[in-house]
Design a binder for this molecule. Structure first.
Ligand code: GDP
Ligand code: MG
Length: 399
């Protein structure tokens, strides 16, 4: 559930309360709206840094394309970017990477620069530094924080540093990387930032160094990622809510079991049991129908759920495992009781007898009590599970 941190609490709360207070179809309607809205959200990432630090090369690499394709960002040994230019990510169309003009010109002023590039437009910044940590990196980072935005610090062209250092006799790759990292962290800490995110990258070979970690960190900001996380979190959220529903319905089971065993009604032979049991089937039918309503799995709810989700009722029903998914009638309930295995139930009956001796004096005895108890308990569990599965189908995008 750690991942839930990515979606703000208010959003999760809204969804949780929709599931808890609305009926299933309305909750699905609301969650779908939320997800659709997520899909439309644009994410704007600004890539900045001094001229020649590898901004454009990084953007291409991050988009998974080379430097010389039709819509690649232009790269090279002379400055090519005068105005912020947007490039969309090949995989995520609504993620835009902005190639920003270079920083660090002689009279560079971070605040003016940020205004010039319209800093409000970006969700976060990647500061690219190809060489030592410099004063203008610090200035820019500080100003971004003042503007209430976040940044990731990318120390680029690591391959070139490693290549140059290799000439030394005392070369040690790990130590070199650590020294580079420490230099950047120290620079950022000096302006008062604690735990700054620093990533060592080579755009020529993304598999090396920290690119995976950077991608993972950035993915957390992606709208699609949020949607995905929410979809992953939903089973847990619904499970939690269903547990509560289950608990409240469960508290009635023993009363119903007593009631039904108290009236000597229909004798039903159960599987492997030496005796038949008497049960008031009407009580059970009514109670089970109540369960279906509570979990939004009754025919009317499924009908409305189908309208809201664009999934056919049959499709929704196909995910139901509970044997009651057709219609809860007397016959269905009697069959369920019959198929309960008597052996385990006889043991359970003994158990109940020890616990509540009055059970033994009931017209149809402790076996009847145990059977009804067991059956309702089992159905409740199955329905809670079914409700979760149906919700997930209803939210899947139809193919
Ligand atoms: N060795 C190495 N060279 C790089 C890397 N990234 C960019 N370059 C080179 O650095 C130069 C400037 O890159 P460019 O992306 O145009 O920088 P920009 O001005 O910040 O957009 C180009 O010649 C790139 O090929 C890298 O990760 N490693
Ligand atoms: Mg460039």
């Amino acid at each position: 559930m750690d991942d839930l941190v990515i979606i703000d609490d208010a959003e999760v709360e809204e969804i949780r309360s929709a599931l808890e207070t609305d009926d299933l179809p309305s909750a699905v309607g609301r969650i779908k709206e939320y997800l659709d809205q997520q899909d439309r959200v644009e994410l704007n990432i600004a890539v900045t840094g001094e001229s020649g630090s590898g901004k454009s090369t990084f953007i291409n690499a991050f988009r998974g394309i080379g430097d010389e394709e039709k819509d690649s960002a232009k790269t090279g040994v002379v400055e090519t970017t005068k105005e912020p230019t947007a490039y969309s990510h090949s995989k995520y169309q609504n993620v835009k990477l902005w190639d920003l003009p270079g920083i660090g010109t002689p009279n560079f002023k971070a605040d003016e620069y940020l205004k010039q590039v319209q800093f409000q437009r970006y969700d976060f910044f990647i500061i690219n530094a190809a060489d030592r940590f410099r004063e203008y990196h610090a200035q820019l980072a500080a100003e971004i924080v003042i503007m209430n935005k976040t940044f990731y610090f990318v120390r680029s062209k690591i391959d070139a540093n490693i290549y140059a250092e290799q000439r030394k006799k005392t070369f040690n790759k790990e130590k070199t990387l650590e020294a580079i990292r420490a230099d950047c962290i120290k620079g950022l800490e000096e302006i008062g930032l604690s735990n700054p995110s620093v990533f060592l990258i080579s755009s020529f070979d993304l598999a090396l160094y920290d690119f995976n970690r950077l991608e993972e960190t950035m993915e957390r900001e992606l709208p699609q990622h949020k949607r995905h996380v929410l979809m992953l979190a939903l089973p847990n959220i619904t499970l939690e809510i269903n547990e509560r529903k289950k608990k409240s319905l469960h508290s009635n089971i023993w009363k119903l079991a007593l009631l039904s065993a108290g009236v000597a009604a229909l004798p039903i032979p159960i599987l492997n049991a030496t005796a038949s049991i008497s049960v008031d089937v009407t009580i059970l039918v009514l109670e089970l129908r109540r369960y279906y309503k509570a979990f939004g799995l009754d025919p009317e709810s499924l009908e409305r759920l189908s309208e809201r989700s664009g999934r056919s009722v049959d499709e929704l029903k196909s995910r139901l495992k509970s044997p009651l998914s057709k219609e809860i009638s007397r016959d269905v309930v009697i069959n369920l009781l019959k198929s309960s295995t008597g052996f385990a139930l006889e043991a359970a009956a003994e158990y109940w007898l020890g616990l509540i001796p009055i059970v033994g004096s009931l017209a149809s005895g402790s076996l009847s009590f145990a059977t009804v108890y067991y059956m309702l308990h089992k159905c409740l569990n199955e329905l809670a599970e079914d409700a979760k599965n149906v919700l997930m189908v209803a939210l899947e995008t139809p193919v």
